[in-house]
Design a protein around this ligand. Structure first.
Ligand code: HEM
Ligand SMILES: N[C@@H](CC(=O)c1ccccc1NC=O)C(=O)O
Length: 256
């Protein structure tokens, strides 16, 4: 087995096809392809972490969640490379992108759905791909990472059974905040759950930084122009900064 065979490098390194002669288009393509590769790993880790929480194998879940935070950190660092591309450079090939947009990244949506953001409208851009749509629907049909954590709180008698239609958007629940408060007020008595909570907060923290880096880079590169995906652009991305994946884990902090 040779290095290039094992890694399928011929295929990976033959997958960059700029649509223009602009120097920076290769940077743009590689930035997205590497992001998608890291996202593939994040989906893999999040799926296993969710299953590990469901089967009460918390140390495994915690290790995988820590890895997802490191992946997000990696993605956050990558913005520094893309930021070297100025508006003058991007506009030389932006038209070649047509209506394609990060909006259509199904792996990004998978990560959001796995974490518990069940915003169905986001399935829209995937309607034309039956296989992608089915994969996303499968994620929506099962408990998210956060649902799995709440089921665990129930098993520890800290919460009523949180079983619900997993596909539906979850309403914030004061009883969940109370359950987290019990854990945070006495970490020693609930150490594994306390550790899980902090790993989830960590993950959301890094996720927020990704969104912030994205919107800042976008403003730096296209200002307030509309996005190729049809949204208002920066205005839309700023609204996305308000998304909360694990709302009660943030609310509990006010009570401690
Ligand atoms: C110069 C670089 C970039 C620009 C100008 C840009 C611009 C935008 C804009 C305007 C949107 C809103 C949707 C639209 O109307 O198109 C968007 C969404 C998105 N972009 Fe980017 N983007 C850039 C780089 C990236 C990179 C490197 C990634 C990493 C994969 C990425 C991933 C996404 C994702 C996942 C969304 C959907 C976000 C959501 O719905 O919450 N973008 N981008
Ligand atoms: N939405 C971007 C285009 C864009 O960024 C993009 C286009 C094709 C593939 C990935 C992209 N990245 C993230 O949205 C824009 O409006 O310029």
């Amino acid at each position: 087995m040779a290095y290039a065979d094992y890694l399928a490098l011929d295929r990976v390194l033959d997958a960059q096809h700029p649509r223009s002669t602009a120097h920076d288009e290769l940077l743009f393509i590689i930035q997205h392809q590497t992001s998608e590769l890291w996202m593939k790993l994040a989906v893999h880790e999040l799926t296993s972490a969710r299953d590990a929480i469901l089967s009460q194998q918390l140390p495994h879940a915690i290790k995988m969640l820590a890895r997802v935070s490191r992946i997000l950190e990696q993605l956050n660092g990558a913005w520094d490379v893309l930021r070297t591309m100025t508006p003058s450079e991007y506009t030389t090939f932006r038209d070649a992108l047509g209506q394609s947009s990060g909006f259509q990244s199904w792996q990004y949506r998978a990560i959001e759905f796995l974490c518990g953001n069940r915003h169905h409208a986001m399935l829209g851009p995937h309607r034309h791909r039956a296989d992608t749509l089915a994969a996303l629907e499968n994620i929506l049909a099962a408990p998210s990472i956060y649902d799995a954590a709440l089921l665990l709180l129930h098993r520890h008698d800290l919460l009523a059974d949180p079983t619900r239609d997993w596909r539906a958007e979850r309403a914030t629940d004061p009883a969940v905040t109370q359950a987290w408060a019990t854990i945070y007020r006495d970490p020693a008595a609930h150490w594994p759950l306390y550790e899980l909570a902090e790993k989830l907060v960590d993950l959301e923290d890094y996720f927020r930084r990704w969104r912030f880096n994205h919107v800042t880079t976008v403003e730096r590169v296209i200002g307030l122009k509309r996005g190729t995906g049809g949204t208002a652009g920066v205005g839309y991305l700023r609204r996305m900064l308000e998304v909360e994946l694990f709302p009660e884990l943030w609310q509990v902090r006010t009570q401690l």
